[in-house]
Every structure is written in C-alpha cells, then in structure tokens.
Design a protein around this ligand. Structure first.
Ligand code: ZN
Length: 457
C-alpha cells in the first residue's frame, strides 16, 4: 500500500511538472480577424433591375457626398428582358451590357460595391411568378449572405405590394427578398453555413463562410411617383433641387448623370450619353425622393431622416411575428393570388404600415381583360354551394367565372373571375364588387379598385 501511494504521488508530481512546463510554453493565439471594412455599408439598396435605383439616386448622392454614408446595391436580376434602344442585343447579351451600365451608373455617385443576385428578369405583374421564376430560395440565400457581408443599418427597396403603375412582379419580388433578408440575416439558424467558422481561415478549401449574423435596423421602400398620393407623409421626403454642399451642384444633376449610363433603357439611347443626360435633367428635376418607412426596430419618426435614432454597431436579433393562421368562420370569399400572399406576408413580417397603404387595385388598359383570383372558403362542417356575382362598372362584362361552386366542408375553392373592359372609354378609377351567396344568404363580398385605361408596369 505504502509503495503504491508513493508511485501515485510520483505520477501526480510528474503530471504537474509537465503541465507547468506546457503552460510556460503557451503563446497567444492570433485575434479573430474583424469583418472586412471595405464592404461595410450604411445603406443597402435591393432592387430588381439595373436602373430601378434611379428613383432614389438623388437621395443616395446626398447620403454619400454630404452625410458620408457608405452605400452598396444588390440587383435581383440583370434585366435581360428589358429591351435595348441602342442595339439588337437581347436576353443574356443585354444582361452583360446592363451589368456594366449599372456599375458605371453607381460608380458615378461613388458606389463600387454592386452585386447581382441571379434572378431571371420576368415580365409579369404577379410577384409569385417572379419569385418562382427566379428560384426564390437561391436568390434569398445570396441576399442574406450580402446583408451579412455589408452589415447595413438601413435597407431600401421597392414597395412589397401591387400598386397600379408600379406593378412589375420583379420589383415586388425584390421587395419580398429584401424584407425576408432583413428579418433573417440576424438569425444564425438561417443559412447556417454562412455563419459557421471556417476550418482554417489562413488555409484553403474552407467551405463554411465565417460571416456573422446581422440585424438591420430600418427598412424603407419607394414606389412610382406618378401614383404617389398614398406615399405622402409615409416617410422622409428629400429635395432633389437642393444643392450638395460638398459638390456645389443640385442633386438632380447627380441623379441625371448617373441615370444616363443606362443607355439601353432610355429613349435617347442611340443618341448617346450627353443627349440622354439633357433629357434626364428635365425628368429628375421635378421628382423629389419620397421614401416610405416600412418598419424600424430602433424608433424614429415616420417622416424623420433615414438615420434618425439609428444605433451604431450591431443590435440584437429581432424575431418577427411569423405566420399564424387567421380564424375564418362560415362561408366566405377573399382575393387570392398575390393579394392572399401579401395579406399573410405583411402580417408575418410586421409590415402593418404597408398593409394599410393601398387597397386592392389593378390597372387595366382599354379593351383588355382582367383576371381576378378568388378563394371561396367553407369553414363549416357541411358541404356548401356558393354563387358568385359581380357588380361591374358601365361597359364592363364578366367573361367567365360567375358560377355555382361546390365547396367541401372545411375546404376551399380557388377560382378566377375574368372581366372585359370597354374599348375607348376615358381613363378613370372605377370599382367592381364581387358578392358571394350560399343557401340564399350573403357570404361576403370583395371591393376592387380599377385604374382603367392607364395601366402598365
Ligand atoms: Zn425595373
């Protein structure tokens, strides 16, 4: 026993000695490298096509030159379906051109961090068409990566809504992606490979990305100023005729210079840059930049400056409400398609401010048809038969869809009502109403605004 105790004591002594000498040899590990400051942005702009940014370039120039903000831009598509007023180049060839146009336009106001998210330019007014055609998940994954890389306090995008005159499905889809990236980039369980530490950052073949989660603070959007009545007082308004204190030129000149690089997209394209610039001066001079505050996680007033109450540096992750099914009772009808999506999207992403801005509407050219998606719901325990009828403005007709619909118990019936508009009438706002009736009793109605005779994305 005594001999074994001696052996143990000797062993412990030897271990202590070894660990002491190991401690004495410890060197300090190198610090974890900080995020690359060259890519830090104060504002990240997320839009659909090269030239979408022109509606807010006057504000961006102010932020860059006179407020010393850093700006980066993400284009969800490269605009291959946009047409080319300079040459025959179309499709992927046009994409190649428009990427250069965008980079030159942005460089003209000091923006060099410009990325393309790989979505396919999709001519449609339906946001769901664009998201599907883009491969929604792949584009979102790239957007979240670039939010984590650029670490913006502010994101500016299109309005996530169907607004007559500003209804390009791609514009809306870029706003959906921007909103989702705003809400997801701070969550380390979203695209976790992006925030996993690299195996050996000084070596090669690191497949995890070593970024950090990032929570932006404010989300702003913009829309078409031609249909801008609803935007008034919904966010800050920036003068475009004000003169930049640092550059001594009005902001509209900077906006016009920048926009003139998008030659393929402008009616003066073949005439060259200077002709385009002269035209753009007249265009931008009368277009102040109206932003809409979509949401803020740090306070500030609705119409206050974009950077009012912005907190420098990282803020904690802010989970959004997420999707929760809404209760329904009896037999009812609701707008389907994009309108159904947006009702859920705004609620899930805490965009109540956007939800109340524009009532459901669409633009219809004279003599064209309108196809309105409708969901008939039956939240009772018995099968139902539902009749849809429409009250239409003078000259309009129901082409198809006003029928008797069998709807299973606890089921729904998605359908479309197609309307034809009269040819040659004067442009005007009009209203059509859909009524549902089941077992001789009213089962809900839908009012829909029509901007007749002056539509177009
Ligand atoms: Zn566009």
């Amino acid at each position: 026993m005594k001999e074994s105790m001696t052996k143990i004591s000797f062993f412990l002594f030897a271990v202590l000695l070894a660990s002491a000498s190991f401690s004495a040899q410890l060197t300090t590990a190198p610090p974890v490298p900080p995020p690359d400051h060259r890519y830090k942005a104060d504002i990240l702009v997320i839009v659909a096509h090269p030239d979408d940014e022109t509606l807010i370039t006057g504000y961006l120039a102010r932020a860059i030159y006179d407020e010393h903000k850093r700006v980066a831009v993400l284009y969800a598509t490269c605009g291959g379906a946009g047409g080319d007023t300079v040459s025959y180049a179309q499709g992927r060839a046009l994409c190649a051109e428009r990427k250069i146009e965008a980079r030159r336009a942005m460089a003209s106001i000091g923006i060099t961090n410009v990325w393309f998210l790989g979505g396919l330019d999709t001519p449609s007014e339906n946001v769901l068409n664009s998201l599907g055609h883009w491969n929604h998940g792949a584009v979102l994954e790239r957007a979240v990566r670039l939010v984590r890389l650029t670490r913006p306090e502010v994101i500016i995008t299109w309005i996530p809504d169907y607004v007559d005159g500003e209804n390009h499905g791609d514009h809306q889809a870029s706003a959906v992606i921007a909103t989702e990236a705003f809400d997801m980039a701070g969550d380390p369980t979203v695209f976790p490979e992006q925030v996993a530490a690299p195996r050996n950052y000084e070596g090669f073949a690191n497949l995890t990305e070593g970024l950090e989660p990032w929570q932006p603070e404010k989300l702003y959007c913009f829309s078409n100023p031609a249909h801008g009545g609803f935007m008034k007082d919904q966010g800050p308004l920036y003068s475009i005729t004000a003169v930049s204190p640092s550059l001594h030129v009005p902001y509209y000149e900077l906006a016009a210079r920048s926009a003139s690089f998008h030659l393929t997209q402008l009616p003066t394209g073949p005439e060259g840059y200077e002709a385009t610039y002269k035209m753009a001066l007249d265009y931008f001079k009368v277009r102040p930049v109206q932003l809409i505050l979509a949401k803020s996680l740090v306070g500030g007033t609705t119409t206050g400056d974009v950077f009012q109450d912005i907190v420098p540096g990282p803020i904690p992750f802010h989970p959004v409400t997420g999707y929760h099914p809404q209760p329904h009772h009896g037999v009812s009808i609701e707008l389907g398609g994009p309108w159904q999506f947006y009702r859920r999207f705004w609620r899930a992403h805490d965009l109540e401010r956007i939800a109340h801005l524009v009532s459901p509407e669409a633009g219809v050219e004279s003599g064209q048809t309108l196809s309105l998606p409708v969901i008939i719901r039956n939240d009772t325990s018995n099968p139902a038969k539902v009749v849809l009828t429409a009250k239409v403005p003078e000259g309009w007709n129901v082409v198809s869809g006003g029928e008797l619909y069998p709807v299973a118990a606890h089921g729904f019936y998605p359908t479309r009502i197609v309307f034809s508009s009269p040819a040659g009438a004067r442009p005007a706002w009009q209203t059509l109403t859909l009524h549902a009736e089941s077992a001789g009793r009213p089962a809900g109605s839908i009012e829909f605004r029509l901007s007749y005779g002056r539509s177009g994305p």
